[in-house]
Design a protein. Structure first.
Length: 396
């Protein structure tokens, strides 16, 4: 947590340095780098066949055939896994390419020896990454079984150990794929819920505006028609109708302003949910209460606490460099009476010590208007902001 100062450069550097977990790639370059990082880990298994080829134990023809076969194998593997990573491939295409990988692994192992059994690791990974879950459950053990038979034929003593490795990495890949697909579906569901909520809010706004203005506008229209008819013969009565029109119009204006103020007023529960999302997206471990007890808290007081929370979380994400943030909403008894206290504490650097920024000053003024108070400053392991608003005494 830090003082309320704007630092767009710090925010941009933080975004460039971190790749938040669980977020979609920002662009094609980001997507490419993630795929290369993930797939590059598995290329370590190529060390055995490459060492075998450069050892000089094979004839020139055998070495050339080995390099060619390895290139074809890696090309098919990358085309299968790299291209389709994150989305389900066509079943026939995936099955055909995995079968080709299996045939190449068998042929190269039979021809060039035990070091080439490592290629079966890629076959197992491909099965876990591209096959449906039910198909992967039999394809991965089948791949391990074929590798065991080939390994025994070429005299590999550790073939049984390789069986365990193949099964483990194959099923680990199925778990990763299921996690990715579940995350994608969750994002889609969250977007759908947000869209439905927005639509419902539009409908509610339309209903409220109709209820607020329908009667007033109808009355204004009626009185305007009456005033128009009475104006030639009864100017005094027409003037009274015009005065009524002015009164109704002013009341309608007041109603609309109150309605708009209510729509713009932030709610503490909504801000707590938004804080959870913002901190998680920024890679900050968050501890946030779900349903605060707002009994006895005036709407203006709740609104002030919501603004304080929004400003605090914004600065935790942008400026603090914190790894952990804790939010608490507690009821306390003070010398001035019962209060609802909002506490936001993080383990960040606290930012430059140049006094309170405009954000803290604005929050202090907003809280003072509702009889509350604000405290903010460094603590032993970071920064802490405490906002308080009065609550109604029991029995009042």
């Amino acid at each position: 947590m830090s003082v309320m100062t704007e630092d767009p450069l710090t925010e941009e550097v933080r975004r460039e340095q971190l790749i938040p977990l669980g977020q979609s790639p920002r662009d094609r370059r980001d997507l490419f780098l993630r795929k290369v990082l993930w797939i590059g880990v598995w290329l370590v298994f190529l060390s055995s066949p490459v060492d075998d080829l450069v050892s000089g134990e094979h004839t020139t023809a055998g070495t050339v055939a080995g390099w060619l076969g390895l290139a074809v194998f890696v090309g098919i593997y990358l085309a299968l896994v790299f291209r389709d990573m994150g989305k389900p491939p066509a079943p026939r295409r995936a099955g055909g390419l995995v079968a080709v990988l299996g045939v190449l692994a068998v042929l190269l192992s039979f021809t060039l020896g035990a070091p080439w059994l490592a290629l079966f690791c890629y076959v197992s990974v491909a099965c876990g990454a591209t096959f449906p879950l039910r198909a992967a459950f039999w394809a991965i053990p089948a791949t391990a079984g074929v590798m065991l038979l080939v390994g025994l034929h070429v005299g590999e003593k550790s073939a049984l150990d390789l069986v365990v490795l193949l099964v483990l990495i194959g099923f680990a890949m199925t778990g990763v794929v299921q996690l990715v697909r579940t995350t994608v579906e969750l994002r889609k569901a969250r977007a759908t819920v947000a869209q439905l909520a927005a639509n419902e809010e539009r409908l509610r706004l339309a209903r409220d505006l109709h209820d607020l203005l329908g009667h007033s506008l109808s009355l204004i229209t009626l009185k305007s028609e009456l005033a128009g008819r009475m104006l030639p013969d009864h100017p005094d009565t027409a003037a009274q109708q015009v005065a009524d029109i002015e009164k109704v119009s002013r009341q309608a204006l007041v109603d609309v302003r109150e309605a708009v103020t209510g729509y713009r007023r932030p709610r503490l529960a909504a801000e707590l949910a938004g804080a959870q999302v913002a901190l998680t997206a920024a890679g900050v471990t968050a501890g946030i209460p779900a349903d605060p007890d707002l009994t006895g808290v005036a709407e203006d007081g709740e609104s002030a606490l919501a603004w304080a929370l929004r400003e605090a979380i914004t600065n935790v994400v942008r400026h603090s460099g914190a790894q952990k943030c804790t939010v608490e909403v507690l009821r306390r008894q003070t010398l001035d009476g019962p209060v609802l206290e909002l506490s936001v504490e993080d383990n960040g650097s606290g930012g430059p010590a140049k006094g309170p920024g405009n954000g803290l000053t604005g929050l202090t003024e907003r809280l003072e208007k509702v009889g509350g108070s604000l405290e903010a400053g460094r603590v032993r392991h970071g920064f802490r902001l405490v906002a308080r608003v009065p609550t109604a005494t029991a029995g009042t």
